[in-house]
Design a binder for this molecule. Sequence first.
Ligand code: ADP
Ligand code: MG
Length: 496
Amino acid sequence: MTTTEPVTMELAEIAVQWTRILARMQMEVGDVEYRTWLRQIDLVGLDGDEVTVSLPTRFLRDWVSTRYGDRLRALWQTENPGVRRVDIRVGHGAPQAVAPQPAVTAPAAPPVREPIAEAPHPAARRVEPVAFAPAPTQAAAPAWQEEKVEPRSDLAAPLDPRFTFDGFVVGKPNEFAYACARRVAERPSSPGFNPLFLYGGVGLGKTHLMHAIAWELTDRSVSPVSVAYMSAEKFMYRFIAAIRSQSTMEFKESLRSVDVLMIDDLQFLIGKDNTQEEFFHTFNYLVEAGKQIVVSADKSPSDLNGLEHRLRTRLGCGMVADLHATTYELRFSILEAKAARAGVEVPVKVMEFLAHRITSNVRELEGALNRLVAHANLFGRPVTLETTHEVLHDILKAHDRRVTIEEIQKKVAEHYSIRLTDMSSARRARAVARPRQVAMYLAKQLTSRSLPEIGRKFGNRDHTTVMHAVSRVSELMERDGAFAEDVELLRRLLES
Ligand code: ADP
Ligand code: MG
């Protein structure tokens, strides 16, 4: 392919055709699927009768070619009968000859019913759907014509296309937070739900839920809502930059003109008094104007020491929802859902193993699964327990529990304020029997000791007693969120 003028012109036309194909695909597959898989396709160029497009990873390439390859080819042929083949490859598809050139201005009227894709224009930037002002129909310009994804307004950060409600797995530990998030997405600014304050540990889905709310609100076909989502850190930098450039008024006004303001990881504002002050005023203004606020943090409002008292009080006035530590069941369901989404067969045994071993947070769990999937795709080998050990060697090592039964007994006894000797005593009072069961459960989970071995360490108890303890604790964890959290906390303490 050369860069001579006629070829460039031809590429310009190809680019217009490509825009139309993408728009059509978006209509056919729906927004979520489009954003997840297809938006990342770059047009590389046309060579003879072959169009080349690229995707950033092998995994995406494989996925797109299996699922959408035929359809893409068919659409190309309708658009351009000269095209016979479509090559989908891995790479960052900076177009070879589609250099910045003014040849493409307005495209021929697209044959699609709704012009979802914008006319490619050299100066155009891709507009994320989360644009500060509603821009739900401007998301589909092809990637080759701009650099990095930038939201239209500096205020809003781009949203992760995977963080939707559909992609969120609901279980006991997060069902309440999920329900609140859904409710706010459906009816923002309802009394009782404003502000919505989401809190929980790292990697439990706070950002995911916030993005999901934003997607839902900006994607609405009827009266989309303007949403500004940003991290508290970004909020601070914007604020400081505004002070420096003496444009605080503009900054304030732009913030105050949104319908929904979302600030992620608010704990970042601890100790940043001026920014807190600014946020407090914006907050009050918006709530009084009937606008929705969504905030996340790693602790509940009352535990956010170092945040101004009046701000904490205000934050706690609406709906406060926490994301609890994951349970085994939730981790398993998440793995199941993500494996299905990736279209890779992962044996139940492997998922059970991972859900047991990687307990820290969903992000790590997801990372492990992604690695397995990538490996399977790369080598065309099925996922097995064996390959899992091999591929995740380092992650598993980091999670390797070198905890002893003695340590477990000590920690659990301390936690429930009972005597260490009661771990092996014959006392059956609930106050000691329950902690003992928890310790047995943790011993089973965190060490590689057998049931009889564990029994022996607990005052020579029978292995069936241990078995009973394990199932009893699992059962209670299922039913009682507070208890589950307690056990998970102990587990984390022991693992760290
Ligand atoms: P946080 O903001 O609480 O630290 P994130 O929202 O960034 O956590 O979540 C970390 C990762 O785990 C993300 O990739 C997210 O999609 C995933 N994740 C967390 N919880 C869930 C869930 N319930 N279902 C599906 N994915 C989840
Ligand atoms: Mg987060």
